[in-house]
Design a protein around this ligand. Sequence first.
Ligand SMILES: O=C(O)CCC(=O)C(=O)O
Ligand SMILES: [Fe+2]
Length: 341
Amino acid sequence: MPPSPPASPLPTIDISPFLHPSTPSRLHSTSASLSAACTNPGFFYLTNHNLSRALTSRVLALARAFFLHAPAAEKERIRRLGVGVGTGDGARGYQVVGDNVTEGKRDWHEAIDWYRPVREGEPFESAGGGREDGRAGGGREGPYELLKGVNAWPAYPEGFREVYEEYVEKMSELGTAVVKAMGLALGHGMEEVFVGNTRRSAWVMRAIGYPPLPEDGTTGKDEGGVSCGAHSDYGCVTLLLADETAGALQAWVESEGEEGRWVDVDPMDGALVVNIGDMMSRWSGGKWKATRHRVLHRGGGYRVSVPFFFEPDWDAGVPGKEGEEEVIYGKYLEGKVKGNF
Ligand SMILES: O=C(O)CCC(=O)C(=O)O
Ligand SMILES: [Fe+2]
């Protein structure tokens, strides 16, 4: 008999002590488990969070309905455009299959990207900022500087924006709880550092639709033949909601004394998949890993995922290991966005 594939080695973290009143011993034991998970493999399941099943189902169903049934004209209306092109800011909006590029290769997915709204009086704002103050704003006049535009919301299916804005609130709350737990684990006042530097988190949210990869394994010239190329995430904490499709997301796991390998990160009912990004790895002095991951969706169905990237504030300074220069998160993000698109 061939050996059966290894079971997913991902740990599970119950985050409830950081969302509700708790005891010091529960807080400490949660943050100790979290620290172990962030050290290796850098990916884990998060349970007992603050999201109702009604909300997560709505979020996934709306994204699926948009990708599969929105009229082409509606997708075009909210299309991501380059800086200086109409309402484009080079970041926000809808991307057709192949628009998104990882390490120079086109990815086999479509997506909508949203970023923290540019708000008056915040460092994220600039002369060319979109100033989308909550629901009152929303004019997409342009021109905008890189990353300083206004979010684009689908008019189809109905109710999309309302549900997703509720989701952003919940995910920001959850992100804060997770970085608090991480700060407690690192000690040395890092809890205050993390909370203080993520109060105005320059969050990013993507709704991603993955058609199955073409069966011949090729997606064309300049294309990686993958649904999403191998990468590490940029910021603090990625909170991933995905549908029930198995065998799509993979993480590069290196265990001591063993060669690294790609491990399937299949969805777990009721849990979010969490991994840490480059900034959190820096903040931990390199103790924690921003684990590389990729998506290879070869199955038959259409996969939908909605990652929420809980990031540092735009102007947060993130130190590296000794001898390394501090990184300003907003500048780091600008560099990544410029390099990708
Ligand atoms: O769709 C997924 O499972 C992961 C997507 C991802 O890694 C990303 O958007 O950074
Ligand atoms: Fe990622």
